[in-house]
Design a protein. Sequence first.
Length: 487
Amino acid sequence: MTDAIMNTLATVAYLGAGILFILSLGGLSTQESARRGNVYGMMGMILALGATLLLLNGPGFTPQAYGLLAVTLLIGGAIGAVLAIRVQMTGMPELVAILHSFVGLAAVLVGFSSYIAPLDNFDGKDLAHTIHSIEIAIDIAIGAITFTGSVVAWVKLRGKLFGKWISGKPMLLPGRHFINLVMLVSIVVMSVFVVKAPTPVDLVSGLSGLTWLVVIAIVAGLLGMHLVLAIGGADMPVVVSLLNSYSGWTASAAGFMLGNNLLIITGALVGSSGAILSAIMCKAMNRSIWNVVFGGFGATPPASSGQEVQGEFVEIETDSLTEELKDAKNVVIVPGYGMAVAQAQRAVDDFTRILREHKINVRFAIHPVAGRLPGHMNVLLAEAGVPYDIVLEMDEINDDFPETDVVMVIGANDICNPSAQTDPASPIAGMPVLEVWKSKRTVVLKRGRGKGYAGVVNPLFFKDNTRMYFGDAKASMDKLNHALKAE
């Protein structure tokens, strides 16, 4: 088979893969078609890999090289399969964050490789060499920001590691915006030095350019860490979405560097979709997208709100709660991260079915940043089999709380905290929340008496119409289900 035929076949395969990736994104836009979207994505990746292998027909690709490539693909695929099988839904945000870091690290390594051993020979400092050097600098800078930013996001979401130094609270250094600006400008200046360095064909004489690229990677890595460290826990779902966008732009930059059209297309799809999702989430949270992009831009350390002492918790017993639920006509369930940790989604589904059998109108209220990942609660409920038509977004249900008899808040805190509306000094001030306190009865299922992920006391727990139902979410829901079935 001639090179021309193989190149034509690869181009057609890349085009088909790009179409499948577009269909995949379209499928992932709704819960009903999400499974089909995943299938399209897998088909597109298989087609893209096949086309890439078809193009690897240069003199350097011996049978041994193909064998080594096959081994690496098998090892990577096996690791990915094990992670996918073992990960719980509570660990999905951390997994997504760490996978984003892999994309960034891969881009950095490919950038260095492309500088040391470029695919094309450049003639001194001609235009092609200049463009290629700029592409490498951009690729390494974005990749390093994505890598370190994703690692910090992983640590923040993980919570158990380095908790003494890295927590859900934002780390706001004095003059942080000036620090970010200095690092950004230095990356641009060093990129100019890379362009002016000796041609990358000669590794020995090109060490100065390689050195500048190493420094760019270090500075960009520090910038990525600093940007994410300045983000508070309540905004972490947006950060994960934004890092997803960064990983896409990183892949697109690598595509320009390698002359790979599919990488350019795929990276642009991921980058743009992640950016759009981040902007939508920021709008829903009354946050500025620049606040997240530039690491707490415009944010100031919160002053003492004077709301540390709120009152006493009023608990409710299972029998009393069962009676209130039986007398209710409208019940709204607000799921949160506590439900995910306890893996209580199936018990919640059973609870929903029992109430609906008693002719009680049951609906779910989903906050845009409930959990630790965009759509986290939607995926959990879909996994448990909860009907899609009773799962409503915040804007669709917030006005209905005054007519709601009982609201069940299961493991959620910050997303239903009234201090977002009443306390200007709160870290979540201005964030739209689910106004569950307006219902006739609010029941909060909580494992302990601590604060939420954002570290903010919740006045909801001390309101007159609020009752606390302490315990593990799954155990509590199982207890309620048993009591309701016994009636």
